[in-house]
Design a protein. Structure first.
Lengths: 355, 498
C-alpha cells in the first residue's frame, strides 16, 4: 500500500491551464481499463497518486476515498470489517483504482440482484472542465438536494469531470455463498434464470457458459441452504472461483479469438441470432459475444431485441465503440458535455466522437 | 424557509390567456384547458399547503401528442410550465406560477403493460404508486419503493422527487427501481432515457432525471422494475428509555451484518400521538421505540430475528416484542404509517421536515432540535427512518395564531441547517421545491450552484420548466447571505458548504 496523498489541487491547476489553452487532457488512473472506450487522446493527467481512504464508518455503511486509491485497498479495508462493494466491480488488473472503476461504471455478476456501480454512489468531488472543484451528494443514503451529478459521472469515462473523491455505500458480506450448476442449453438457461429471478430466492449471480448454467445463492446460512434444497443441481468444484474469473474476464471464453462484444438486453430475450461464441451473465441481461462479425449486424440485432451493443475489447477503436444514440438524445449529450466541459478538453472522444 | 414570502425570480412575459387557451385547444379538447379561476383553484398548491398561487391556465392533456403541443406552444411564447402529478409533494415542487401553465398529468393513469418474464411494468406517469403493486400482486411481484403517500402519489412525481419510503434501506429509492423514462423536452420533443435492459449507452441521464423536480423535462412514461414479494416478514418492536441508546442499537444491528427491510424510530411525542390515533400497542412511557422488519425466506427471517433480538437486548432495549402474526405486524406498522395524520390530530397544523444525517450524529441533532423547540416555543415530534438517517421532525403550530407559521418556518430552517452542519442534507426524499430553496444556499457553494444552472440550461436553455424551484439563483443566495449577516446570524460561516 502506498502512502496516502491529497494532490487534488494540482489537478485543478492542470485542468484550468489545459482549459485556458484548449488543450485536450487524457485522465489516467491505474491504466487497467485503458482498453475500454474509444482511443484515448490528449496530454496524460495522472491521478493515481491521489489516494487514501478519507473516512470509513462501517455502521453507516459508507466509505469515502480519493479516486487514485487502489480498488484492492478499498476491498481489503472493507473485508476487515466484514463488508464489501456489493456491485462486485471488475478490476481488470492489479492497478485498478476507485476513480477508474466509477468512471467506467462497470459491475460484476451480482449486478442484477443488488444494483450497479451507479446505485452505490452517494457523493463525489470532481473537477469540471473549467478547473472548478465541486462537491455533490454526500455520505448519506437519501439525498435529493440538487441534481444527482454524482451518479451522472458514473460511466461517463471522465468526459464530464476529473473524479477526485468518491463516497460509496457498502454492504455486509453475505454469511454464506453457494454455487449450483446444471448442464442445459442457452435457451433453457435463460428461461430458468428468469423464472427463478421472479421468485423470492437469495440469488446473487446467474450465468451460462460452456453449456453449464451456474447460479449463486448468498445470504444467511439457513436461507441459502433452504433455497439450495429447493433448486437442486450439482455443486461445481470451481464454486466462487468461477464468479471471480467471470468478473475479471479470466475464463477461457475470453481468450477466444475475435472482438469481445457486450450486449445488454432485457434478461428474458431468447438467444441472439449472431455468429460467434456466447457467454451469458446477469441472469440473461448481459451477454458476451466473441466474434469476427462486423459491428453493424451486432448492433442491429441488439437493438432489435430491445438492447444495445458495446465493442468492449478489441476491434477498431477509432470508430464507434458504444452504441449509436438517436439524434435528439445525442444533442442532449452534447449540451450536458458543454455544461461541464465547455472547452471539450476532458477525455475528448473517449465515449463518443462527438463528446 | 421563507416559503410564505417566496419571491419569483424570473422575468415574466405578458401573455394573452384567451389566445394561449385557443392555441392549446387546437390539440386538446376544450374541457382539458381550464381558464376560469374556480376551475384553476384546485391546482393552487400541492402538499405544501402554506404556499398558494393560482396558475395562469391549467392544461390536462390525455395523449403524449397533446403534451408535446402544450410544451411547443409554451416554448414558442416563452410561457413557463409547471408539471404536476398527484400533487402530494411536500416541498411545493408543483406550486403553480401566476404567469405559467400548470400541466397536469392526471389523465395519464393507465398501466400500459406488465412483463412477467423480465419483471417490469410500463406505466403512465399519473399511475398511483400502490396501483402498480396491486396490478402485479397476482404474479407474486411488487414495486418496492413505498412512500407513506403511496395510496395517492403518482409514479411520475416519484421519479421527479426520487421518492423513498419505509423500505429503501434494503430495496433502494425510486432511482434504483426505474429502468426507463420517456420524456417530452421543453421544445416538445420526445426522448427515451434509460432502456428496457439494465443499462443504456451514453450518460446516465436516467439517474439525473430522478429528483430533478420537473426542471429538465416532462415525464410521460415510466418503466419500473418489479421484485418478487418476500415469502416471509416479521417485525419486532423494541423500547428504549433514551433516544441515543436506541440510535446506538441501530448501529449495532447494521454492524451485525443484517440489513432489515424496514427500520423506523419514533420519539416519545410521536409515540403518544400515533398510539392515541392508531392504537398500535406502543408503550407510552418509552422515550423511543424501534420497529425492525426482517423479510426474506422463512429460514432467513427466523435466523435474523434471533440475531437482532440478541443485539437489541445487549444494547439497552428495555422491552422487545415480536409481532405474533401478520395482523399484529400490520398493526405495529399502522402506527408508524399514520404518524403524520396522528400528529395532525393533536395540533391544528404541523410542518414536516426532511433532513438526512449520518446516523451517529443523531443524538446531537436531536438535542439541537430540543433546544430549537424551546427557543421557538413550538412542540416537535420526531419520526426517523433510522436505517438510512432520514429524519422527519414534525413541528406543531397553529396557523390561526399570528406569527406561528413564520416561527415554524424559521424553526424548520434552523433544523435543516443543523442537519447540514452534522454532515447531512436538507432533504432526503421530499425535494427542495420552493420550500427549502434558501437552505440550498447553506448546503451548496456558488460553484456547485453554477454547475446546476449550467446543467439546467443543457435541457432548458430559456428556463421555462418549473422556474424558481429546486436551485436558487446565486443572486438570491447573496441577498440571503446579506440578510443573515445584517441579522448577525449567518448560519455556520466556518462551515464547508456541501
Amino acid at each position: 500500500m502506498m502512502h496516502d496523498s491529497d494532490i487534488a489541487e494540482s489537478f485543478q491547476n492542470a485542468v484550468a491551464e489545459a482549459a485556458a489553452r484548449a488543450q485536450p487532457v487524457q485522465i489516467v488512473g491505474g491504466g487497467s481499463k485503458v482498453f475500454y472506450g474509444r482511443e484515448p487522446e490528449g496530454a496524460p493527467l495522472s491521478v493515481g497518486g491521489h489516494r487514501g481512504v478519507v473516512s470509513y464508518e462501517p455502521t453507516e455503511l459508507v466509505i469515502t476515498a480519493r479516486s487514485g486509491t487502489p480498488l484492492a485497498d478499498i476491498e481489503s479495508v472493507l473485508a476487515e470489517r466484514g463488508q464489501t462493494l456489493a456491485f462486485e466491480p471488475p478490476h481488470f488488473g492489479p492497478s485498478a483504482t476507485l476513480g477508474g472503476t466509477i468512471a467506467c461504471g462497470l459491475s460484476g455478476p451480482r449486478r442484477p440482484y443488488v444494483g450497479a456501480a451507479r446505485d452505490f454512489v452517494l457523493g463525489m468531488r470532481i473537477i469540471n472542465g473549467s478547473g472548478a472543484a465541486l462537491k455533490f451528494g454526500g455520505q448519506v443514503m437519501k439525498n435529493v438536494a440538487g441534481y444527482d451529478v454524482s451518479r451522472l459521472m458514473v460511466g461517463a469515462l471522465g468526459t464530464l469531470g476529473v473524479l477526485t473523491e468518491v463516497s460509496l455505500r457498502v454492504a455486509p458480506r453475505p454469511r454464506l455463498e453457494r454455487t449450483l450448476a446444471w448442464e442445459v442449453s442457452a435457451g433453457d438457461a435463460i428461461a430458468k434464470m428468469n423464472e427463478w429471478a421472479g421468485q423470492p430466492l437469495p440469488l446473487s449471480a446467474a450465468a451460462h457458459a460452456d453449456g453449464v448454467l451456474r447460479v449463486r445463492l448468498s445470504g444467511s446460512p439457513s436461507g441459502v441452504e433452504a433455497a439450495g434444497r429447493r433448486l437442486g443441481g450439482e455443486e461445481p468444484d470451481d464454486g466462487e472461483d468461477f464468479w471471480r474469473r467471470l468478473r475479471e474476464h479470466d475464463l477461457p471464453f475470453f481468450a477466444l479469438p475475435g472482438t469481445l462484444w457486450r450486449i445488454s438486453l432485457p434478461a428474458g430475450q431468447p438467444p441472439l441470432d449472431l455468429q460467434g461464441s456466447w457467454l451469458i451473465d446477469w441472469g440473461g441481461a448481459q451477454r458476451w459475444l466473441k466474434t469476427e462479425t462486423q459491428a453493424l449486424p451486432v448492433r442491429r440485432e441488439a437493438a432489435a431485441r430491445g438492447g444495445h451493443a458495446t465493442q468492449f475489447r478489441g476491434g477498431e477503436r477509432t470508430a464507434a465503440v458504444f452504441h449509436e444514440l438517436p439524434a435528439p438524445l445525442m444533442t442532449l449529450h452534447r449540451n450536458v458535455k458543454r455544461a461541464f466541459d465547455p472547452k471539450g478538453i476532458l477525455n475528448p472522444g473517449r465515449l463518443y466522437a462527438e463528446l | 424557509m421563507n416559503a410564505s414570502q417566496q419571491a419569483v425570480e424570473r422575468t415574466s412575459s405578458d401573455v394573452d390567456v384567451r389566445d394561449l387557451a385557443a392555441v392549446l385547444r387546437d390539440s386538446l379538447p376544450a374541457y382539458s384547458v381550464l381558464v376560469e379561476s374556480d376551475e384553476r383553484r384546485p391546482y393552487e398548491c400541492d402538499g405544501l399547503t402554506a404556499v398558494r398561487e393560482l396558475p395562469l391556465l391549467v392544461a390536462l392533456p390525455e395523449t403524449v401528442e397533446q403534451v408535446q403541443h402544450v410544451l411547443r406552444t409554451c416554448c414558442q411564447r416563452g410561457v413557463p410550465v409547471v408539471a404536476r402529478g398527484a400533487g402530494t409533494g411536500l416541498s411545493g415542487g408543483a406550486l403553480p406560477l401566476a404567469d405559467g401553465v400548470l400541466l397536469s398529468l392526471a389523465k395519464f393513469n393507465r398501466i400500459l403493460g406488465v412483463d412477467p418474464v423480465n419483471r417490469t411494468a410500463r406505466v403512465q406517469p399519473g399511475v398511483r404508486n400502490l396501483a402498480i403493486s396491486e396490478a402485479v400482486s397476482h404474479l407474486g411481484l411488487y414495486y418496492a419503493p413505498d412512500p407513506s403517500s403511496q395510496i395517492a402519489c403518482s409514479i411520475g412525481g416519484n421519479v421527479a422527487e426520487n421518492a423513498g419510503g419505509l423500505h429503501c434501506l434494503k430495496y433502494g429509492l425510486t432511482v434504483h427501481n426505474v429502468l426507463e423514462v420517456k420524456i417530452v423536452t421543453v421544445e416538445g420533443e420526445r426522448i427515451t432515457i434509460g432502456a428496457q435492459a439494465l443499462d443504456a449507452p451514453g450518460y446516465d441521464l436516467l439517474a439525473l432525471m430522478h429528483g430533478s423536480e420537473g426542471l429538465l423535462g416532462v415525464i410521460v412514461e415510466v418503466t419500473v422494475k418489479l421484485l418478487p414479494k418476500p415469502e416471509a416478514a416479521k417485525v419486532l418492536m423494541a423500547s428504549f428509555d433514551d433516544v441515543e441508546v436506541a440510535s446506538d442499537a441501530v448501529a449495532a444491528i447494521i454492524a451485525s451484518g443484517i440489513i432489515p427491510g424496514g427500520l423506523e424510530m419514533m420519539d416519545n411525542p410521536a409515540i403518544r400521538a400515533a398510539e392515541d390515533f392508531a392504537h398500535a400497542g406502543y408503550p407510552l412511557e418509552a422515550e423511543a421505540i424501534l420497529l425492525c422488519e426482517l423479510d426474506g425466506t422463512p429460514e432467513e427471517v427466523d435466523e435474523q430475528i434471533e440475531v437482532v433480538e440478541r443485539v437489541l437486548r445487549t444494547h439497552g432495549a428495555t422491552a422487545i416484542h415480536t409481532a405474533r402474526d401478520d395482523a399484529e405486524r400490520l398493526r405495529l406498522w399502522s402506527g408508524r404509517k399514520s404518524a403524520f395524520p396522528a400528529v395532525g390530530r393533536i395540533s391544528p397544523d404541523y410542518y414536516c421536515m426532511d433532513g438526512t444525517i449520518p446516523r451517529r450524529r443523531l443524538g446531537e441533532v436531536l438535542r439541537r432540535i430540543g433546544e430549537l423547540s424551546k427557543t421557538y416555543e413550538l412542540r416537535i415530534a420526531n419520526v426517523f427512518h433510522a436505517g438510512d438517517g432520514n429524519l422527519h421532525p414534525l413541528i406543531l403550530y397553529d396557523a390561526n395564531q399570528p406569527g406561528e407559521l413564520e416561527r415554524a418556518e424559521a424553526c424548520g430552517g434552523k433544523i435543516l441547517e443543523a442537519c447540514v452542519e452534522a454532515g447531512g442534507t436538507i432533504t432526503g426524499e421530499h425535494g427542495v421545491g420552493v420550500e427549502k430553496i434558501d437552505q440550498m444556499c447553506v448546503q451548496f457553494g456558488g460553484a456547485e450552484l453554477e454547475q446546476f444552472h449550467a446543467l439546467k440550461r443543457a435541457f432548458d436553455a430559456r428556463g421555462l420548466l418549473n422556474p424558481g424551484k429546486a436551485v436558487p439563483t446565486l443572486h438570491r443566495c447573496a441577498e440571503l447571505g446579506r440578510m443573515h449577516v445584517h441579522g448577525g446570524q449567518l448560519p455556520f460561516p466556518e462551515l464547508e458548504r456541501f
